[in-house]
Ligand binder design. Sequence first.
Ligand code: HDL
Ligand code: ZN
Length: 418
Amino acid sequence: MSLDISLSKRDEITATVSRSVLETNVYDIHTHLYDPAFGELLLWGIDDQLVYHYLVAEAFRHFEINFNDFWKLTKENQAQMIWDSLFIDNSPLSEACRGVLTVLNRLGLDTNQRDLPRIRKWFKEQNPSEYITRCMELAKVSKICMTNSPFDELETSRWISGFERDERFTSALRIDPLLLEWDSIIPQLIESGYEVQHDLSGKTMEEVQRFLRDWTDQMDAVYVMVSLPPTFEYPANNQCSKLIDEAILPFCRESGLAFALMIGVKRGVNPAMKLAGDGLGKPSLISLENLCSNNPNNKFLCTLLSKESQHELCVVARKFRNLHVFGCWWFTNIPSVIEDMTRMRLDLIGMSFTVQHSDARVLDQIIYKWDHSRDTITKVLTEKYLNLAATGWKPSKREIQRDIDGLFGQNFNQFLAK
Ligand code: HDL
Ligand code: ZN
């Protein structure tokens, strides 16, 4: 199709898309990074990059060591084992391996020296606060949304003691334990002064809403988020569904906050691997349809973990304008799947989605996660604009920039503001 346009028009569109994608700053709407005020919780540097749970999972396929002995090693020794196994003994072709090298290369280090001690020495010489700015500038990330849990003691003490926010970091209120481990978090809620009952009776639902309100205010959260198993059912005769219906959704309607659902994660498929031990399953999207259909005055964000679910998700999004699709989550965050998902989303829901989030756990990772995603996004968008031009419709530079601004965060901001 795109052969019907002149070579000069073709080159102009190709250059415009590539430049816009490369130069447009993104709002990274889901990460596990932290405002620098959280100190050690903000991970960065070569060792944290190497012991990232994606690489732990890949490295264990080569290791003889048992899991517990590995976890007893120092972080540096864990990193050395992973480096030796995945980078030296085998070529680092996986997305997560290539990512480490993309980061080092973009930082100006000579990866071909393959000298881990020398690399480690370079990171030790970096100034943390300057390094945050450097990573965000290299990654072209202007804003980072954190994942903030009111159930994580490491975090809550910092929130309660108060700190001056770094305006580049926004907050998302993460509530998995509230919905998935109700019986285990009851004591913490009661101890914090919320009058809740195991059987959800009495003032429980209004007290859970007060809990959400208190923490949303404390964090200035921009949305509420939960990750859910592939077996998630809604509506259902269980605590999770009742809490969603009678506490989460009423609170989100009252506050105007979106409820973000990340569906399909199977926690602890191999518990000995800790964070690296989670797997995925393909959910039924009937529950998502029911959520959107039964709650037209709630806003839902959604990303799914199974590649096989992505087509259905686009069709559900076509039915419900109160559903905003975002990102290529975790096991789908690899070039081949990002390409399929982005093409499918443009084909089925046009521009009305957020193209990517990094899910970065280590600051430096935003450099590779966005570099690699931009490559694929450029490829798909160029194809789409060339197809468009072949119809005689000539997308202007301004229109292409407008579209990319949208995919890179403006669509998300507009959806939240509805
Ligand atoms: O539940 C989530 O937010 C997931 O992103 C997990 O944190 C997962 O461990 C992860 O980091 N994926 O990229
Ligand atoms: Zn995440």
